[in-house]
Structure formats: structure tokens, C-alpha cells
Design a protein around this ligand. Structure first.
Ligand code: SAM
Length: 294
């Protein structure tokens, strides 16, 4: 049984994939590729890459053609159905040299304290996207310790930073009611999702400081979603976001269900008629061990 709030519908992950790929820092991906190339002992030696909380392989699928090969991926998730989707999706792609990847699927709960060593042993790069808001500081500390012990680099993308706002052609269009809902949503986001008290939007700073404490070089880039007013993304992903924020706020504050519903209807109407779009803050981080500059 997965902890409440730790399961994600395949449809939701599919819906967000285009916005995720558009938002990611191309510069940090390129830097990760250069770092990997500098570590490769021989051109034919496979690079082992780990995708924690891989979902349906959006993250590994984005990285595969942008990183040197040959590549061996360890796809890790506690959701067997998502792993079933992830494996063939990644298998149909090619690395930057046109080679198919080797793939291992690991159906593992990351809450298991014995999980990390076996997943990270022998790897060059550990990746994760849209995962760390679910994690606690203690869990991130353990991850940083495990990476540092192996001199592993990390590329952690699309971690929410806790900020979101509605936008129009003139910029921000956030009002007091949006901020009230956002406050309830943030409180809900910090509930334990199986990996300890969740960090929510505090995750990027926690990652930077825990890896920084191991003297890692920390490179950071903003990777926000910009769902422009009237765009397809605002009409689909934007609507789904508002519904999700409203659901969380209602669960957090059931006595205010009517207030949240009024907010949801108003904002979904604004999105539907193109009066506003949505901006959601994310952060990408490339963390490289000391003395290993690319
Ligand atoms: C928000 S989704 C992101 C999925 C994917 N990385 C992406 O960018 O589309 C978080 C993923 O982490 C997985 N996950 C959450 N808690 C987990 C745990 N305790 N152990 C393993 N996987 C977990 C979920 O099943 C889900 O696939």
C-alpha cells in the first residue's frame, strides 16, 4: 500500500510532460552530459543512470537523447503500473549516438532504508524530476550521504519552489483569495507522503544545502511552467492544476469547502475564457562532487 499522496495517475503525468520538457534547463542538461563524458572510461563503457520516482519515464526519456551513450538506466518507482508504462517508452528511444538503452526496472519503495545503496552502487548519475516536494529533510540527507560516499553526480529537475500565480498579458494577476488558497495548499503539501514530513517548496534549498555540506558544486536554474493565457496548456494543464489545488485546500480546510469551490469556479472560468494563464515556480539543480569539474 503506497502512502496517501504518493501515487500519481499516469494521465496526470502525461498531461504535464510537454510543459515539463519545455521548462527544464537545457544548460544544466548539457553540463550533466559534459560531466558524464568526462567520467567515461571508454567510449563503449555504458554509463549507469538512475531515475528515482521515474513515473512513466518522462525524465529519463528527456535525458536519453541529450546525454552520451551507451546508457544503462535504472528506473525506480513504487508504482508497478507506472513502471510498466515507463519501460517500453524509454526502450523505444535512442541516446545521443543513436543507441538503444539497457533498462532495469526496480519496483521499490524509497522509504526502505536499504533501497538507496543497491540502487546507487556502480552508477555515475542519479536523476529525479518532480520528486523532492514529497521528501523529508532526513530522507534528502540520507540521499546526499549516499551520493557523496560514491562521488555520484545528481541532476534533480522540476522541484516546485512553492510559488504559483495567475498571469495575464501584463504579468501577475494574483489576488488575496489566490494567496489564501495557496496557503492551504502549501500546508497540505507538507503532509507525510511516506518519506517523512514533506518539504514541499522548501525542497530545492534543502537539496542545495545538504549536497553543499558535502562540498558539492551546486548549479541552479529556474525552470518554471508558463502556461500562457488562452494556450492549450492553460486550458488543459492549467484547469487540472486549479482542480488539484482546490482539492488539497478543501481537504486541508473542510469547513471552508464552499469558499474554495467559489475560488475554483472563478479561476477555471478565467482560464477557459483566456483571461489568465498560470505560472508555477520550479528549480533544476546539477550537483557535482568536489574535484570532478567537467
Ligand atoms: C510527481 S511524480 C513524478 C514522476 C516523474 N519523475 C515525472 O517527472 O513525470 C512522483 C513519482 O514518484 C513516485 N514515488 C513517490 N513516492 C515514492 C516512494 N516512496 N518510492 C518510490 N517511488 C515513489 C511516484 O509513484 C511517482 O511516479
Amino acid at each position: 500500500m503506497n502512502a496517501p499522496g504518493s501515487r500519481f495517475a499516469s494521465d496526470w503525468l502525461a498531461l504535464r510532460e510537454a510543459a515539463d520538457h519545455a521548462a527544464r534547463s537545457a544548460a544544466l542538461t548539457k553540463r550533466a552530459g559534459a560531466w558524464l563524458a568526462s567520467r567515461q572510461v571508454a567510449e563503449s563503457a555504458p554509463l549507469t543512470l538512475v531515475d528515482l520516482g521515474c513515473g512513466r519515464a518522462s525524465n529519463s526519456g528527456y535525458l536519453l537523447p541529450r546525454l552520451p551513450g551507451p546508457q544503462r538506466w535504472r528506473l525506480v518507482d513504487h508504482d508497478a503500473e507506472l513502471l510498466e508504462v515507463a519501460r517500453p517508452r524509454l526502450a523505444s528511444g535512442e541516446d545521443s549516438e543513436g543507441k538503444r538503452p539497457d533498462i532495469e526496472s526496480h519496483h521499490i519503495d524509497l522509504a526502505d532504508p536499504g533501497a538507496l545503496p543497491s540502487l546507487l552502487d556502480g552508477a555515475e548519475l542519479v536523476c529525479a524530476s518532480a520528486l523532492f516536494d514529497l521528501c523529508s529533510l532526513a530522507w534528502i540527507d540520507a540521499l546526499a550521504d549516499a551520493c557523496a560516499a560514491r562521488q555520484l553526480a545528481a541532476l534533480f529537475t522540476l522541484s516546485v519552489d512553492g510559488h504559483w500565480q495567475f498571469i495575464d498579458v501584463n504579468g501577475a494577476r494574483q489576488d488575496a483569495e489566490d494567496e489564501w488558497v495557496r496557503g492551504r495548499f502549501i500546508a497540505h503539501q507538507c503532509r507525510d507522503k511516506g518519506l517523512g514530513a514533506a518539504l514541499g517548496g522548501a525542497a530545492p534549498d534543502a537539496l542545495a544545502s545538504t549536497f553543499g555540506a558535502h562540498h558539492y558544486r551546486v548549479e541552479r536554474a529556474a525552470s518554471p511552467w508558463w502556461l500562457a493565457p488562452g494556450s492549450d496548456a492553460a486550458l488543459t494543464l492549467g484547469q487540472a492544476l486549479v482542480a488539484g489545488w482546490a482539492e488539497a485546500a478543501t481537504e486541508q480546510c473542510p469547513a471552508q469547502a464552499a469558499r474554495v469551490e467559489a475560488w475554483q469556479l472563478a479561476r477555471q472560468r478565467d482560464l477557459a475564457n483566456g483571461r489568465c494563464g498560470v505560472w508555477v515556480g520550479h528549480v533544476d539543480l546539477l550537483l557535482t562532487p568536489p574535484g570532478s569539474e567537467a
